[in-house]
Design a protein around this ligand. Structure first.
Ligand SMILES: *[C@@H]1O[C@H](CO)[C@@H](O)[C@H](O)[C@H]1NC(C)=O
Ligand SMILES: *[C@@H]1O[C@H](CO)[C@@H](O)[C@H](O)[C@H]1NC(C)=O
Ligand SMILES: *[C@@H]1O[C@H](CO)[C@@H](O)[C@H](O)[C@H]1NC(C)=O
Ligand SMILES: *[C@@H]1O[C@H](CO)[C@@H](O)[C@H](O)[C@H]1NC(C)=O
Ligand SMILES: *[C@@H]1O[C@H](CO)[C@@H](O)[C@H](O)[C@H]1NC(C)=O
Length: 318
């Protein structure tokens, strides 16, 4: 007997109240329901039983629920370090101390709050031209986290891309000013990137990597995060399966979202329906796999994530 609905107790109680059937429930039954929180199954014929598995989150479906896709669980490692801090740093401890990296930026474990009573929804907003005319703005803005990539602006495009940003994933060459409530999430691909981040908030004297970079940026120092190099390697090995020489920022951000969110919706990925690749804020055409990213493979992986019920892709317009 495979039950077709799994509810959390809270939802069940809500349902019971709604259908006014509480009168027939003894208080002991309610106590039982509470006792077996998150372990209740209701089968299609209305009977119920208990399982020991706790739901990993409070959403209808949870990204981290690995029981329902072998393909996903072979790739998803819930224990991979996501963000650098003083205890998991791969940098030589003396180098790290000399840089004063973690006195400068928050030193803590972020997002260890997963649990059966959390339902965190996230929008990952790519920069594809398929956002133009989509009118996704208000839909994007209702998510708990809204993650944007590189220079993708909101100003002037609010109707289609929304106006809120909780996280912006950048590298020095793609950094822009942020508002005070947005997390700057650095994607470091070289030691100089971390040095640039420190410089941007202190001496402001690094102005050059392989190209000119801003010597400083407006951003809230207390909200800075640095993606862990081991996380980047994990995305390359497990999710890009070694395709291309480096995962794209958009792809990394999507996998990051799979680790810190319970429900992930993606916007602005892929081409427009007539196969044109460009950024919504630029007229220049871009090509998805001529560069260092294996666009075709990333595209397949993203489609597969949707097939496995892990994400929802909003395809945009037209
Ligand atoms: C760090 O510095 C201490 C003292 O300055 C030194 O003894 C130690 O060898 C250094 N460690 C590394 C890994 O360089
Ligand atoms: C650093 O992150 C790790 C997880 O990657 C965590 O176990 C550890 O507690 C964190 N350290 C600090 C100082 O918060
Ligand atoms: C930004 O937020 C920090 C706290 O995170 C606060 O100390 C600072 O005053 C704020 N700056 C502005 C301009 O609001
Ligand atoms: C920036 O300034 C710091 C401290 O004054 C100095 O140690 C460092 O060498 C300088 N870096 C560059 C690239 O000028
Ligand atoms: C990406 O995947 C979708 C769905 O399979 C497909 O229609 C589209 O052509 C792919 N795009 C590219 C550029 O391969």
């Amino acid at each position: 007997w495979l039950p077709n609905i799994i509810f959390k107790t809270k939802l069940i109680l809500k349902l019971l109240f709604k259908t006014n059937c509480c009168a027939i429930l003894h208080s002991t039954t309610i106590l039982l329901l509470l006792y077996f929180q998150n372990s209740l199954l209701i089968s299609s014929d209305g009977s119920y039983g208990f399982v020991s598995e706790r739901s990993p989150c409070a959403c209808h479906t949870c990204v981290a629920d690995r029981g329902n896709s072998n393909w996903f669980s072979e790739r998803y490692d819930p224990n991979v370090p996501l963000l650098l801090n003083s205890t998991n740093s791969v940098l030589n401890a003396n180098v790290s101390r000399w840089w004063k990296l973690f006195p400068l930026f928050p030193d803590k474990e972020h997002y260890s709050d997963t649990g059966s009573d959390r339902c965190r929804t996230c929008a990952v907003v790519g920069n594809s031209g398929n956002l133009l005319g989509s009118k996704y703005g208000s839909l994007i803005d209702v998510h708990d986290f809204i993650m944007r990539i590189n220079k993708g602006p909101t100003e002037g495009y609010e109707k289609d891309v929304g106006s809120k940003t909780t996280h912006r994933i950048v590298y020095p060459e793609s950094a822009i000013d942020l508002d005070n409530s947005t997390h700057l999430v650095l994607l470091p691909v070289k030691i100089l990137d971390i040095q640039w981040l420190i410089s941007a908030f202190t001496t402001k004297n690094i102005t050059q990597t392989y190209t000119e970079v801003p010597s400083t940026i407006k951003a809230n120092k207390d909200k800075v995060m640095i993606l862990h190099p081991e996380f980047i390697r994990y995305v390359y090995d497990n999710w890009a399966e070694g395709h291309g020489s480096y995962p794209s920022t958009g792809f990394l951000t999507l996998i990051f979202a799979l680790h810190i969110c319970d429900e992930v919706n993606i916007f602005g990925f892929g081409a427009t329906s007539d196969g044109i690749w460009h950024h919504y804020f630029e007229k220049i055409l871009t090509s998805y796999d001529i560069g260092i990213h294996a666009g075709r493979f990333e595209n397949e992986t993203i489609n597969r994530l949707q097939q496995e019920n892990k994400i929802l892709i909003y395809k945009g317009w037209p």
